[in-house]
Design a protein around this ligand. Structure first.
Ligand SMILES: *[C@@H]1O[C@H](CO)[C@@H](O)[C@H](O)[C@H]1NC(C)=O
Ligand SMILES: *[C@@H]1O[C@H](CO)[C@@H](O)[C@H](O)[C@H]1NC(C)=O
Ligand SMILES: *[C@@H]1O[C@H](CO)[C@@H](O)[C@H](O)[C@H]1NC(C)=O
Ligand SMILES: *[C@@H]1O[C@H](CO)[C@@H](O)[C@H](O)[C@H]1NC(C)=O
Ligand SMILES: *[C@@H]1O[C@H](CO)[C@@H](O)[C@H](O)[C@H]1NC(C)=O
Ligand SMILES: *[C@@H]1O[C@H](CO)[C@@H](O)[C@H](O)[C@H]1NC(C)=O
Ligand SMILES: *[C@@H]1O[C@H](CO)[C@@H](O)[C@H](O)[C@H]1NC(C)=O
Ligand SMILES: *[C@@H]1O[C@H](CO)[C@@H](O)[C@H](O)[C@H]1NC(C)=O
Ligand SMILES: *[C@@H]1O[C@H](CO)[C@@H](O)[C@H](O)[C@H]1NC(C)=O
Ligand SMILES: *[C@@H]1O[C@H](CO)[C@@H](O)[C@H](O)[C@H]1NC(C)=O
Ligand SMILES: *[C@@H]1O[C@H](CO)[C@@H](O)[C@H](O)[C@H]1NC(C)=O
Ligand SMILES: *[C@@H]1O[C@H](CO)[C@@H](O)[C@H](O)[C@H]1NC(C)=O
Length: 546
């Protein structure tokens, strides 16, 4: 009798567990076979009605998912999933002429958090890797093709609806759809919502803060492609400056990566106190290329003529408009090692080329060898759906909604100069009339020295910006974990501890780790082993009022 009663109580207990949620971390017990059943029985179209199902499956940890339909230009044919998930892939209509290819991956072990991931460039490539990164850390995570497939822009031609998705509608739609599915699947809504994106994905995050302040509680953006029209023009302007590889004074990659980069380091590397190949603050580097002019009898493989020095000056200068106004800030010196791949390659920058072709001029014949000021003006004048993304006030996000924005930018970025993010930071500060110490309450911008565009580089670049750049989910060393702690516990990140492995491989051990400072603080060597974080200090530059 007693035993029966106990069994009954136990049964009730387990029933309650299965209904109400089991562990503080999530709804489904790790060994609970009902997770896969619950996944397959779930009816997503009840919660995202304006859609069709592309895939709906339980995926066990360790499985490599294949994406045969993924555009080859995205180079994402497969993704190995780190944890058990329920995968729901939909085609959500956004108008009668457009739709988004959407992925919602719901992990068994859920923390109550939701994550939306962004795209890059002008592309429509789903970042499966970022979705998996979110899942691996307990987020219910979503991503999409941002309204079109592949890295090119031809889908924009004569279809403003596709452009609308690209500019803002896709991300807003998938945030809403993802939250709907999350709430229904786990029987309670996400406690907090986050966004993670870099480059074009960085612009998407800022646009969300500007237009849909309630979509996210915390936003992490890297190298944001804000001031988009002008940035597109700036990128297009390089081809005219460098000339094609066949032109007489073209500077080859070997020169940029060899003696030119060496000279940049010679002039600027020790400003921060250490010759380690990393310029902590490129704003202090006023590179003088005339030091590279060939002297009499010098072998011209190690030096430049006057015309080439002029090309370097022009490449490292800001872009100005018709009345001499600033269009986009200068490329930061130090980035030449990687900039030879695209901006200094003597070829059109593909994203800019497609934007002018398929959006600004609606013709596939645009040729940016002859890029001129009138192109800058045309791009800015069109500004479709306000893709510009240059808010001077994001108070709706940071004020009543208490949203937190964490921005990072590599100081050796070869695709979007990091000076553009400093300018944007100051633009926001002026727009809302706040000093940096006041902005610190909701906006922090970390300058990641020695990091290329979004990731990699000689510096301590691993900061949790993606699964491949993460050494763990610790707020001290992971930007996503840092914004979570900021939102949920009110503890903002003071610094971000970056890590660099020897040859970027963990088995080789750590080459250096360094705490990156938030703007306008500047990292400065104070003594000791420069590979260790305690040998550096964030100091306030003289000019800052605070
Ligand atoms: C989310 O659910 C709400 C109502 O429950 C619905 O109005 C909305 O259309 C859904 N969003 C999407 C993107 O399906
Ligand atoms: C799927 O997406 C396309 C555009 O990519 C759209 O035209 C179509 O209506 C969508 N279908 C459904 C059922 O959502
Ligand atoms: C875009 O890619 C998805 C698969 O990711 C595919 O289902 C869809 O048909 C593609 N759309 C177009 C217009 O090619
Ligand atoms: C996944 O795709 C990569 C190419 O990006 C390929 O090298 C690898 O073999 C694929 N793995 C599986 C399991 O399909
Ligand atoms: C569930 O997720 C939490 C947070 O990500 C983690 O600490 C915990 O170890 C996970 N539990 C299991 C059983 O995987
Ligand atoms: C999420 O909110 C629920 C209550 O709605 C709470 O029980 C749970 O602990 C919260 N989880 C986190 C990670 O804050
Ligand atoms: C210049 O340097 C290159 C490479 O170091 C060498 O091959 C070449 O012979 C040198 N030319 C002269 C004129 O010294
Ligand atoms: C963008 O460029 C235009 C010139 O076409 C200039 O007037 C404008 O101030 C620039 N905006 C920003 C934010 O740089
Ligand atoms: C190109 O098409 C868009 C609409 O898709 C239009 O707004 C724009 O004015 C067109 N540009 C030109 C140069 O015709
Ligand atoms: C804030 O939101 C209100 C209400 O939607 C809107 O009227 C206002 O323009 C927004 N402010 C800014 C700076 O975007
Ligand atoms: C910023 O926007 C908010 C919300 O629209 C508004 O209340 C506030 O006055 C604006 N701040 C400035 C300095 O314009
Ligand atoms: C790192 O890479 C360099 C250049 O490829 C190589 O010479 C060196 O042996 C590598 N070091 C380790 C520890 O793998």
């Amino acid at each position: 009798m007693m035993a029966q009663f106990l069994l009954f109580v136990l049964a009730l207990f387990f029933f309650a567990l299965s209904v109400l949620g089991s562990t503080p971390q999530g709804f489904f017990l790790r060994q609970d076979p009902s997770f896969s059943t619950a996944c397959l029985e779930f009816e997503p179209l009840n919660y995202v009605p304006n859609a069709a199902v592309n895939a709906h499956e339980f995926v066990a940890a360790g499985t490599t998912l294949q994406f045969p339909g993924s555009d080859p230009s995205c180079a994402t044919p497969n993704q190995t999933v780190s944890v058990d998930i329920c995968r729901i892939a939909l085609n959500i209509s956004t108008s009668d002429r457009s739709g988004v290819i959407f992925e919602s991956w719901l992990p068994r072990n859920w923390t109550g958090r939701f994550l939306a991931t962004g795209n890059g460039g002008i592309d429509g490539c789903i970042k499966y890797d970022d979705i998996n990164y979110g899942n691996a850390n307990g987020f219910s995570a979503v991503g999409s093709n941002n309204g079109h497939n592949g890295t090119g822009g031809s889908a924009f031609l004569n279809n403003p609806e596709v452009l609308n998705d690209y500019v803002y509608r896709s991300l807003h739609t998938i945030a809403e759809a993802g939250k709907n599915l999350t709430a229904a699947f786990y029987s309670r809504p996400a406690n907090n919502s986050y966004y993670l994106g870099c480059s074009g994905g960085g612009r998407q995050g800022i646009k969300a803060a500007e237009m849909f302040p309630e979509d996210f509680n915390g936003i992490v953006v890297g190298a944001p492609a804000v001031n988009f029209n002008n940035m597109t023009s700036w990128r297009a302007s390089f081809f005219g400056k460098t000339g094609a590889p066949s032109s007489p004074n073209f500077i080859p990659a070997s020169a940029w990566q060899g003696f030119i980069h060496d000279k940049v380091l010679k002039q600027c590397d020790t400003i921060d106190g250490v010759a380690d190949g990393i310029i902590e603050d490129p704003t202090l580097c006023d590179f003088r290329p005339e030091a590279l002019i060939c002297s009499a009898g010098q072998n011209s493989t190690d030096c430049l003529n006057e015309a080439q020095v002029e090309i370097i000056r022009s490449v490292l200068s800001p872009l100005y408009g018709a009345s001499g106004e600033l269009v986009f800030p200068a490329m930061q010196p130090g980035s030449e090692v990687m900039a030879v791949q695209k901006l200094y390659a003597g070829a059109p920058f593909p994203y800019s080329l497609d934007w002018f072709r398929y959006v600004v001029y609606n013709t596939s014949t645009f040729d940016d060898t002859h890029f001129s000021i009138s192109d800058i003006t045309a791009a800015q004048a069109l500004n479709p759906f306000n893709v510009q993304t240059y808010p001077s006030n994001i108070s709706n996000f940071t004020g009543p909604h208490k949203g937190k924005l964490l921005i990072f930018h590599g100081q050796q970025d070869q695709q979007i100069t990091s000076f553009a993010t400093e300018r944007f930071y100051k633009h926001l500060a002026e727009g809302v009339g706040l000093y940096s110490t006041q902005l610190d309450e909701f906006l922090r911008f970390f300058r990641i020295s020695g990091m290329f565009h979004c990731n990699s580089g000689p510096g301590a670049w691993m900061i949790g910006q993606a699964g491949s750049g993460s050494i763990g989910f610790d707020p001290e060393s992971n930007v996503l974990a840092a914004v979570v702690q900021w939102v949920e516990e009110g503890l903002p990140p003071e610094t971000i501890l970056g890590t660099k492995y020897v040859n970027d491989s963990k088995v080789n051990g750590v080459e250096r780790s360094r705490r990156h400072c938030r703007f306008p603080y500047r990292n400065t060597y104070i003594g000791g082993n420069a590979s260790l974080p305690q040998s550096w200090e964030c100091i306030v530059p003289d000019f800052v009022e605070h």
